[in-house]
Design a protein around this ligand. Sequence first.
Ligand code: 0L1
Ligand code: MG
Length: 262
Amino acid sequence: MVIEKALMEELARKSIQAEKDRSPISPITETIPDLTMEQAYQIQKIREELMIAEGHRLIGGKMGLTSVAKMKQMGATESPYGKLFDYMLLGPDENLVFDELIHPRVEGEIAFLMKKDLYGPFVTAADVLDATYLVLPAYEIIDSRYFGFRFKTTDSVADNISAARFKLGKDGVAPGKLHLEELGVATRFSDGSELFATGGAVLGHPARAVAMYVNLISKFHDGLLKDQIILSGAITAATPVGKGWSVRSQFQGIGEISLSVD
Ligand code: 0L1
Ligand code: MG
């Protein structure tokens, strides 16, 4: 089905309003079941332009569903991307405020801080590592604007793949000497439960996810730019969080990160 630009803008505005009001909405595919991935990215792009017009600064991007754990959790077959804005970044000692979000979930991820611009569509993982200033431990806090986190991947793409907040570890390391695919990530939650995975859980190597991001955004002639941050995707499944909850992770050879929820 053809979707007129005006309807795309209306759908983008609904997603933004749901984020602002913490008021979940129904997935687009309930009314437009054959929403294509291309249309979903056009809606996401309009959403991005509207956010920038409101004064938010684009500071990077994110890949989603890059691990088998996440794909299984969401029943997905392809890895989508989204964009990160300045208001999403939590300070190094800042807690997550539960009441600002709808139904947040936390994911441990490896972040890349760029020192060079990269433009696709033929970027490789080696190009990404060459253009990276630091890799850092990160938490992404996703918060779908759809009821009950229930949607198709196309809905999620139109909703900026649930991007809501993220936090970076205080220390980062130049990627030169690291084997990111072997790097272990150990996570311990305040209820005593633990998760362990390696960087290779993300498409075999997290730099591959970043290369995929650069190549995908080239369809809009966008690049991953110097000083931007990119989250390479959850290493383990996303964990729902509540008030009073906390988590700490060790990223082997990079550093640690922790997060508490107020
Ligand atoms: O960061 C993520 O892995 C989110 C990917 C898309 C699925 C979702 O919207 O939760
Ligand atoms: Mg994520």
